[in-house]
Design a protein around this ligand. Structure first.
Ligand SMILES: Nc1ncnc2c1ncn2[C@@H]1O[C@H](COP(=O)(O)OP(=O)(O)OP(=O)(O)O)[C@@H](O)[C@H]1O
Ligand SMILES: [Mg+2]
Length: 226
């Protein structure tokens, strides 16, 4: 089974030295966010699970990271774990994700999907297709330090029961998969699915994600509609 990284372990266990409001650009989305600073100086975004819908979105955030990691594409999604964080009202369960440095969203930069280099766009489409991400608008992807694609905000997927179709997936639907992509999907089906099951403890949703991976392998193309 795919092992957790030491960075995941750190994010899950490090002392939280500071917590405070996280100012989102605009309203909507996940309402309960905190900025936390972990011992040693790493800043992270905590999305609080104060209700059942929020709890499902937090699991979706962490699940999306596990999928990216299992594919070997955690250059695209920051390390995200589930843990308790301090709040003014006491300890609360949350998803906690590392903040990309100098991140700006595509909306802020005035970019559209066509500006994303092909391999990054295809990898995003594959992740979004597996997870049925329904929320990949231009506020939920962007550039890290003006240079690299970074994906954020994975609360709206099959994992949270809010699945749909992403624009990246739409654009690359049916695209043939090469040997490298097939190998990554095979290793996801072989090793990644177990970790996802451990995290989510929800056989139905994990099976549906694994089945989409198998359908892509069988078709050797980006298909997520099975
Ligand atoms: N991992 C991250 N690294 C850097 N910045 C981030 C990260 N996650 C979120 N942000 C910043 O916080 C903003 C809101 O985050 P996110 O999109 O995850 O929340 P949301 O629930 O959709 O709320 P909103 O209504 O603000 O969209 C993003 O637009 C981005 O500027
Ligand atoms: Mg968002």
């Amino acid at each position: 089974m795919e092992e957790p990284t030491s960075l995941e372990h750190y994010l899950r266990t490090a002392e939280i030295d500071l917590f405070g409001d996280f100012e989102a650009a605009e309203g909507g989305g996940h309402p309960s966010k905190e900025l936390v600073v972990l011992r040693g100086g790493i800043g992270a975004l905590a999305k609080l699970a104060l209700s059942d819908p929020e709890r499902r979105q937090c699991r979706s955030e962490a699940g999306a990271y596990v999928v990216a990691h299992a594919l070997g594409w955690d250059d695209l999604i920051p390390v995200t774990v589930l843990r308790a964080v301090p709040t003014r009202e006491g300890q609360v369960d949350a998803s906690v994700q590392i903040l990309w440095p100098a991140f700006a969203t595509a909306a802020e930069l005035g970019l559209d999907e066509a500006t994303v280099p092909g391999d990054d766009a295809l990898r995003t489409a594959l992740i979004d297709g597996l997870l049925l991400n329904s929320d990949r608008h231009s506020g939920n992807w962007g550039l890290v330090a003006g240079a690299r694609l970074g994906l954020i905000d994975h609360g709206h997927t099959a994992i949270s029961g809010l699945g749909g179709i992403s624009g990246f997936y739409e654009q690359w639907r049916g695209h043939p998969l090469d040997d490298e992509h097939r190998g990554r999907l095979e290793s996801f089906v072989g090793h990644g699915v177990g970790r996802l099951q451990e995290l989510l403890d929800d056989e139905g949703v994990v099976r549906s994600i694994a089945e989409r991976a198998s359908s892509m392998l069988a078709a050797s193309a980006l298909v997520a509609d099975a």
